[in-house]
Design a protein around this ligand. Structure first.
Ligand code: GAR
Length: 363
């Protein structure tokens, strides 16, 4: 990255050592800092006040695009760095192109690391947290200025910053695999039969089809590292990251579409009554994995699909709608699942619209 406002990481590391010898403390923070707003400025001033010098590790253009979607960043890394360096509170800017700031943390070994938002040291990304532990960095969580974000600024400029009744919801789609329900929802939006916006797509599987489909539609699509808890449970850092991504994308409804993990804690609390799931059975029959296979193996003559609200159980929340599907002689697991999915693709967009209309009516 060529810019006189961007410092080389090794040079900053050497500068950090020189300051250290003088007993001075270096603060590091990282972020995209696209379209600077007053929230950024106050945050950076607060971070700088924690030590004697502030280094900003800036997400490179490719990583901003991955985090925020096509059309972002608005400003190139070179321009963002120049703007940051014009602030009295910013001493150095380095750029990193990976998703995480781990390499920069390892190189610069800050005395103090500042992070914005409602993180706790435990819910920081485990890789970054391990790098901070290696460096012996103190971790400080700074509060963000409510309502201030680049995404909100862009929405205000586009004229759809305020959510008023009658405006479609902003959706987050969470999926682990094939993504056919995601496609059905996105197609319904494109056709105009579902008034909604897909604000972000999240997946616990890095190479899932749902993420590549979302990216090919120019939507923000992010892999969330699920953690290594037993039984496929989402770790605290993953739950925190999901909750933060949903909030920063100003999401109204969370749509689980083949998401094979159980949500709990911060996500359920923040979006109570606003998380929907689709399940390929007539619940309460056959919750859990491979529901259609179990319906077939039991010799049932019909099955179906259910859209329900999500609680802390497995496919157990209040039901919103069901569609019945006959099990035909000669059906295999594949033919049956394909027929159920046809119904799912028609049912899910309809239920999303109806649920949102209900929430709007309640005010
Ligand atoms: C769908 O059939 C959905 O009902 C099921 O996973 C499939 C995902 O397909 N969900 C569950 O079993 C949840 N317990 P997709 O990725 O093509 O949308």
């Amino acid at each position: 990255m060529e810019s006189s406002f961007i410092s080389d990481t090794d040079t900053v590391a050497a500068w950090r050592d020189a300051l250290d010898r003088e007993g001075r403390r270096v603060v590091l923070t990282n972020g995209c800092f696209d379209l600077l707003h007053v929230g950024h400025v106050r945050y950076l001033q607060e971070a700088r006040a924690l030590g004697d010098a502030l280094v900003v590790a800036l997400n490179g253009d490719a990583s901003v695009r991955e985090l925020k979607g096509e059309g972002r960043p608005v400003n190139t890394a070179a321009d963002r760095a120049e703007i940051l360096r014009a602030l009295a509170c910013v001493d150095r800017v380095v750029v990193f192109d990976e998703k995480r700031a781990t390499r920069v943390i390892d190189a610069i070994r800050p005395h103090l690391y500042a992070k914005g938002g409602d993180y706790t040291p435990e819910s920081l990304n485990p890789e970054e947290r391990a790098a901070l532990d290696r460096a012996g960095s103190e971790i400080r969580i700074l509060s963000l200025v409510p309502g201030q974000s680049t995404s909100a600024t862009l929405r205000r400029m586009a004229g759809d910053g305020d959510k008023s009744p009658g405006t479609g919801p902003r959706l987050a789609i969470l999926g682990s695999g094939h993504g056919s329900n995601f496609e059905a929802i996105a197609d319904a939006i494109d056709r105009g039969t579902l008034d909604a916006t897909i604000a972000v797509v999240l997946s616990d599987v890095a190479d899932s089809r749902v993420l590549s489909l979302a990216r090919s539609r120019g939507l923000p699509a992010l892999h969330i590292e699920p953690g290594s808890e037993r039984g496929g449970r989402l770790g605290d850092a993953a739950l925190k990251e999901i909750a933060d991504r949903l909030k920063s994308a100003s999401v109204d409804l969370v749509i689980l579409a083949g998401f094979m993990r159980i949500l709990r804690g911060p996500v359920l609390e923040a979006f109570a009554g606003r998380i929907l799931n689709i399940h390929p059975s007539l619940l309460p029959l056959y919750p859990g994995l491979g529901a259609w296979r179990r319906a077939l193996a039991s010799g049932d003559t019909e099955t179906g699909c259910t859209v329900h609200l999500v609680d802390s159980g497995i496919d157990s929340g209040a039901m919103l709608a069901q569609e019945r599907v006959p099990i035909l002689p000669g059906d295999t697991a594949e033919t049956l699942h394909a027929r159920i999915q046809e119904r799912e693709h028609e049912l899910y967009p309809r239920v999303i619209a109806a649920h949102w209309a209900g929430l709007m009516k309640q005010g």
